[in-house]
Write a protein that binds this ligand. Structure first.
Ligand SMILES: *[C@@H]1O[C@H](CO)[C@@H](O)[C@H](O)[C@H]1NC(C)=O
Ligand SMILES: *[C@@H]1O[C@H](CO)[C@@H](O)[C@H](O)[C@H]1NC(C)=O
Ligand SMILES: *[C@@H]1O[C@H](CO)[C@@H](O)[C@H](O)[C@H]1NC(C)=O
Ligand SMILES: *[C@@H]1O[C@H](CO)[C@@H](O)[C@H](O)[C@H]1NC(C)=O
Ligand SMILES: *[C@@H]1O[C@H](CO)[C@@H](O)[C@H](O)[C@H]1NC(C)=O
Ligand SMILES: *[C@@H]1O[C@H](CO)[C@@H](O)[C@H](O)[C@H]1NC(C)=O
Ligand SMILES: *[C@@H]1O[C@H](CO)[C@@H](O)[C@H](O)[C@H]1NC(C)=O
Length: 816
């Protein structure tokens, strides 16, 4: 026998009480994790307290493994409040956990049908805690086992899925937090709709899809993990996913769903007892469920995700598709609806992750030809594939209507066939003849119509004018939709001749006024004070481009107004003004509770990500600061003034400029000192904003009483002293999730690191904030302490840089 079996206790049948040896008593002084049962080799059962929590849980963990790794918790939702507690086994073979006042807080369910006879509990090396009738070892003798009640960890030989006869489901659920094993938000389970698939849910929302089994692997995880062999069992009795260890050198390999929803696989070998994370579960965006919308394939090139419509499909909204907003997906180009179905054929894709099978149909006995024929027969069938890819492939999977959540792999993945009308399959062949015939027919008809119209119009000249003016209106409307120009008198009137009373503030490129049009619409009017050196047409084109950038976290540019040398930009009006107005104001700060602050922090990140990567223009903001973050009526953040630096200073992605356009306190050192800018300059500014939002203090004006540090220095000092949470605005008090606050502070510190290449890009930031990415340790921030010496760049008088740089201070702040 491979396993080291351990006798927990024996001979239970005679006495009604139990297991005194297992009783956990008040004698525990320090509240340390204590072992009740050891399997001798790998696993132990006992009581533990996670992290700093005082609560006690009955759990199973690995011995002598660093860090301490709990793989199962009995009473995850009902902790013991303190060290008093007793674990008993009664004669019915039921484990009972009692608290200090002898109330049952947890008990093991039993298979009621079994007759119980000298029950024995054993902890196996696999980590399975099994209760059997004494003297028996067959499957039927199991009264209860921990593997039937998984926690957040999937272990070898543990079956994830359904017993179809009893309807019992086994799934993995994350902990609520590192200190609370209670069932959290994320769940990994076998979804039985259509052809069964493994999916990760957050509540009812699908987050990602490992997908269905193709005989070798799950379609979304085609790359086998070293030393393991996975399997999927699907018959009338059960459907489950499981795996075994095959490599002798591998002592363990488990998968854990962390509280933030990330999956982590980790293992250790017999030589090293330190657990090694092999996949931190960091994902590219193509892993997000339905990232590309329907009928579209996600392609990840190592840096960015790109979505591509399937052959024969076109973007549903070209406008959005062109600026990389993909979630609306694609629709069939040919909507003829199966009129000529017997000429339809299939287009083959290779190395694919098959789409969602939750509404698909399947048959294990058919071959691919039969499968394709069946698909052609049914008008709503859109694609097919083999169910099992082993050997030559077998079985049939059919999809109807939309195809969702596909991606391609470089070498793994499988073949997949989409159904297309003949015209889409073969543009060169006889399809051409058809097109020609159609073209000629249409031509003849149009000629006829035009001739008739000409005769008609000649007889009725009034009609011609009407037709013309209608056409003109339509054209104008299209232009209006894209971009609007306002007349100067209209804007002057709306802003009461740019009266000081209507002035909202002074931004980077000029003052901003509130305006109200005669129809009541409110506007924000930015009067550009600088001459960009651009011609009018050039300027108009540039602004039209910027106006096309649309994202819920960007202020909407409605249009512009040009008059002589005057150039104005017209934005939507934001009732709640800007973030600085709130976050640095004693009274208003109270209105920003933690969830609102977190929403703002995440919203800015998404807006910035869109500017940096997802929009077609790839814009660096260069003057990101709290006064450029506007708040709408729901206090949702919207970034303002984006794209102006680009139109004023050129559009290099990374470059050097003689004119520093940023604002002191938000500029990274390399930009302030040397004029180097890149997307990482914005990341730095973002980090400053995050720390300002968390603390409610201005980086520039803050100086901590002990060390005279600015806000970045102060945050860094607290962080290195593990007092990070002290940075949090005292007005927030207890109403927050400390782990979320800590994550924000860590992200902020990562963003303001001294070296730009250490800073994360915005897509990582968004993932980090969502808790979908492991956070690296921040290094020293790049910051400067205001000193008496002002270093002026004296190269040219046009430099209006009013900042002082003291890069030496960076070394002074090392806290250790
Ligand atoms: C006890 O368990 C906690 C929680 O998981 C762990 O962090 C801690 O290191 C353990 N303590 C000991 C002494 O093993
Ligand atoms: C646990 O709590 C109970 C009731 O609050 C108390 O009577 C008991 O002494 C406590 N035990 C320990 C070890 O603190
Ligand atoms: C034991 O559990 C009961 C019921 O949940 C509860 O009312 C009681 O306070 C608990 N006692 C201790 C010492 O935690
Ligand atoms: C989208 O981009 C394509 C190709 O770049 C272009 O032909 C098309 O006119 C664009 N459409 C819109 C609405 O911008
Ligand atoms: C396509 O055909 C189905 C039934 O065959 C019908 O319900 C649907 O309305 C048709 N759609 C179009 C666009 O003709
Ligand atoms: C096509 O398949 C769908 C889904 O299985 C089914 O509901 C429908 O009845 C089928 N139609 C025909 C004509 O077979
Ligand atoms: C996915 O498909 C695209 C084109 O359709 C190809 O350029 C790309 O290399 C493929 N990706 C991988 C990882 O093979």
């Amino acid at each position: 026998m491979l396993y080291v079996w351990l006798f927990l206790f024996s001979s239970m049948s005679t006495t009604s009480s139990s297991l005194e040896s297992l009783a956990v008593s008040q004698s525990i002084q320090d509240g340390k994790n204590e072992t009740l049962v050891s399997a001798g080799g790998i696993t132990e059962l006992g009581f533990f307290s996670p992290g700093n929590s005082a609560r006690r849980y009955l759990g199973i963990w690995y011995i002598n493994v660093s860090p301490f790794t709990v793989i199962w918790v009995a009473n995850r939702n009902t902790p013991l409040e303190n060290n008093s507690g007793v674990l008993k086994l009664n004669q019915k073979g039921i484990l009972v956990l009692l608290n200090g006042t002898n109330n049952i807080i947890w008990s093991s369910p039993s298979r009621s049908s079994n007759t119980v006879n000298d029950p024995i509990a054993r902890l196996l090396d696999s980590g399975n805690f099994v209760m059997r009738n004494g003297g028996e070892t067959n499957e039927e003798s199991v009264l209860w086992q921990s593997f039937d009640y998984p926690g957040d960890t999937h272990m070898p030989e543990m079956n994830l899925g359904w017993n179809l006869e009893t309807g019992v489901e086994r799934y993995i659920a994350s902990w609520k937090s590192d200190e609370d094993p209670a069932e959290g938000e994320y769940v990994l389970k076998v979804d039985r709709r259509g052809y069964p698939q493994i999916m990760k849910f957050k509540g009812t929302e699908i987050k990602s899809r490992a997908g269905s089994w193709n005989g070798l692997s799950l379609v979304g995880n085609p790359i086998p993990a070293r030393g393991t062999s996975a399997r999927f069992v699907f018959n009338e009795k059960e459907v489950y996913f499981s795996y075994s260890l095959i490599d002798d050198g591998l002592e363990f390999f488990v998968y854990t769903l962390t509280p933030s929803g990330t999956g982590q696989s980790w293992f250790w070998t017999t030589e090293t007892r330190t657990r090694q994370v092999i996949s931190s579960g960091e994902q590219d965006q193509c892993e997000n469920y339905a990232f590309c919308g329907a009928n579209s394939v996600c392609i990840y090139d190592g840096n960015y995700p790109i979505c591509e419509c399937l052959r024969g499909y076109v973007p549903k909204s070209l406008d959005q598709w062109n600026i990389s907003i993909w979630q609306n997906g694609c629709v069939p180009r040919d909507k003829s609806n199966c009129t000529n179905r017997y000429t339809d054929g299939f287009w083959k894709y290779t190395h694919m992750k098959l789409p969602d099978t939750s509404s698909s149909w399947f048959d294990a006995t058919m071959n691919l030809d039969e499968c394709k024929k069946l698909c052609i027969k049914n008008c709503s069938c859109t694609a097919c594939a083999n169910l099992d890819v082993r050997d030559e492939g077998s079985g049939c999977l059919l999809w109807f209507n939309n195809l969702v959540d596909m991606r391609n792999f470089s070498q793994w993945g499988q073949d997949f066939y989409i159904r297309l009308p003949a015209s889409e399959l073969d543009h060169a062949g006889h399809g051409n003849i058809t097109i020609k015939i159609v073209a000629i027919t249409v031509g003849v008809i149009i000629f006829g119509l035009v001739t008739c119209a000409y005769i008609f119009v000649r007889k009725n000249p009034g009609i011609a004018r009407k037709i013309y003016s209608r056409h003109y209106k339509i054209k104008q409307k299209i232009e209006d939709f894209e971009f609007q120009t306002f007349d100067f008198p209209v804007i002057a009137n709306a802003t009461e001749n740019f009266s000081t009373k209507n002035k909202l503030g002074e931004g980077g490129f000029g003052p901003v006024y509130k305006g109200i049009l005669t129809d009541g619409q409110e506007l924000a009017v930015k009067r550009l004070s600088e001459n960009s050196g651009q011609g009018l047409e050039e300027f108009k084109n540039e602004v039209a481009l910027i106006a096309k950038l649309q994202h819920r976290n960007l202020v909407k540019l409605l249009g512009c107004c040009l008059e002589g040398e005057e150039k104005m930009l017209i934005y939507e009006y934001m009732a709640n003004k800007s973030l600085d107005f709130f976050v640095f104001d004693e009274a208003k700060r109270k209105l920003l509770d933690w969830p609102t602050r977190f929403k703002i922090i995440s919203g800015i990140a998404r807006g910035l990500l869109y500017l940096h990567q997802d929009s077609r223009l790839r814009i660096i903001h260069r003057d990101l600061k709290t006064s450029n973050i506007l708040l709408d009526t729901n206090l949702d953040p919207k970034i303002a003034d984006f794209g102006l630096a680009r139109s004023f200073l050129g559009d290099q992605v990374e470059g050097k400029t003689h004119r520093v356009a940023g604002t002191y306190g938000y500029m990274p050192p390399e930009y302030a000192a040397r004029g180097h800018f890149s997307v990482k300059s914005d990341v730095f500014s973002y980090g400053v904003i995050v720390l300002e939002i968390v603390s409610g203090k201005k980086n520039r004006e803050f100086s901590d009483p002990e060390n005279n540090n600015n806000l970045l220095g102060h945050a860094w000092r607290l962080w290195t002293e593990e007092r990070g949470l002290e940075l949090l605005d005292e007005l927030i008090g207890q109403q927050c999730l400390p782990s979320e606050v800590t994550r924000c502070i860590q992200v902020g510190l990562l963003c303001v690191q001294q070296r730009s290449k250490d800073r994360p890009d915005m897509s990582s930031v968004v993932l980090m904030l969502n808790g979908e990415k492991l956070l690296p340790k921040p290094k020293v921030p790049g910051f400067y302490i205001e000193s008496d010496v002002k270093i002026e760049t004296n190269s040219s008088s046009e430099d209006h840089t009013l900042f002082s740089v003291n890069e030496l201070s960076i070394t002074m702040i090392d806290a250790r």
